[in-house]
Design a protein. Structure first.
Length: 111
């Protein structure tokens, strides 16, 4: 893996840095929740939005959002509120963004 990466968009360098630094610039950790049935998507999304006070993305039975610097505290609150609301989960993951995520978030729609 490279020590430093330059992101080029339409012939212009839009970012330069280490993979870790570039990942931090696009939002750090990413929360992904999957529910077993579509009827649970709206309640799961409402919980995530209430705790994070930010945008969420819904795709099929998955709800995802970027976490801020205090992400693990938010994860604890989200899991507690999901449990209190009786929302069942199929999958729950906290991941860091991939370099593909970095490229897309820093280039798509910026021009």
């Amino acid at each position: 893996m490279a020590d430093r990466i330059a992101l080029i968009d339409h012939g212009r360098m839009v970012a330069l840095g280490t993979p870790s630094a570039l990942k931090q610039r696009v939002g750090g950790l990413h929360l992904q929740i999957e529910v077993p049935e579509l009827r649970w998507v709206a309640p799961a999304q409402a919980v995530v939005q209430a705790v994070l006070a930010g945008p969420t993305e819904v795709q099929n039975r998955k709800v995802s959002a970027y976490l801020d610097d205090d992400g693990f505290r938010a994860v604890a609150a989200i899991t507690t509120k999901l449990q209190d609301a009786g929302v069942p989960l199929s999958n729950f993951a906290v991941t860091e963004p991939s370099l593909d995520d970095v490229f897309l978030r820093m280039t798509v729609g910026k021009n």
